[in-house]
Ligand binder design. Sequence first.
Ligand code: SF4
Length: 227
Amino acid sequence: MKILDDIPVHLDVEQVLKELHLNERKEQFDVVRKLVEIANSVIQPKVIYEISYVDNKNEDRVDIGGIKFTSRVLRINLDKVGKVFPFIMTIGKELEDRMASFDNLLEQYYLDEIGNVALGLIGNYLEEHLKREYRMGQLSSMYPGMGDLQDWPIAQQEQLFSLFGNVEELIGVKLTPSMLMIPRKSESGIYFPTEVEFLSCQICSRERCKERHAPYNKELAESYRGK
Ligand code: SF4
């Protein structure tokens, strides 16, 4: 098990404006710059990950690190894979604490979105770290509760967390009985090697999702369903 707690994440105002689909009008620029400065001063990125081995591949289940996971999509993606990297990452709780002190709802919203951008940067950092450290080629990731397929139940966060022991003590992330992570700006999942990049959004038909990273591919979605 490895913990990364010295992650050089630095948010850039132009990048955040782009992610928020804002232009560089002076008033917006000044507000976002102020919030980005706050975010850069308080976020405390932490990642925990494990090198785990895949076993017992069946119809819609697969064992990872000796723990049973139930997901047809995950099993198919791991058909030819022996080693994977379960992970949990967070930007820490400080940004959320700071957000609660804001009265301005728009600023709260911007700060929340800035937290998402920071989480994305931590994900990029982890992916590059894994590629470099373990000489991996292309990696893709999946997470419990992804998309609208109801293929990998969110309840399996519990199994994912059990791979690490006391995650709250290790990196400060707690799993609630309803499977939400606290701090909210945390993410968990599994990185795995792939020849062709897999993006959950490709097999998720949810409309109007502002987090969508790839168009829905009906044919691909049906191939995972076995149609
Ligand atoms: S489209 Fe949205 S809900 Fe569906 S997998 Fe992508 S980010 Fe998740």
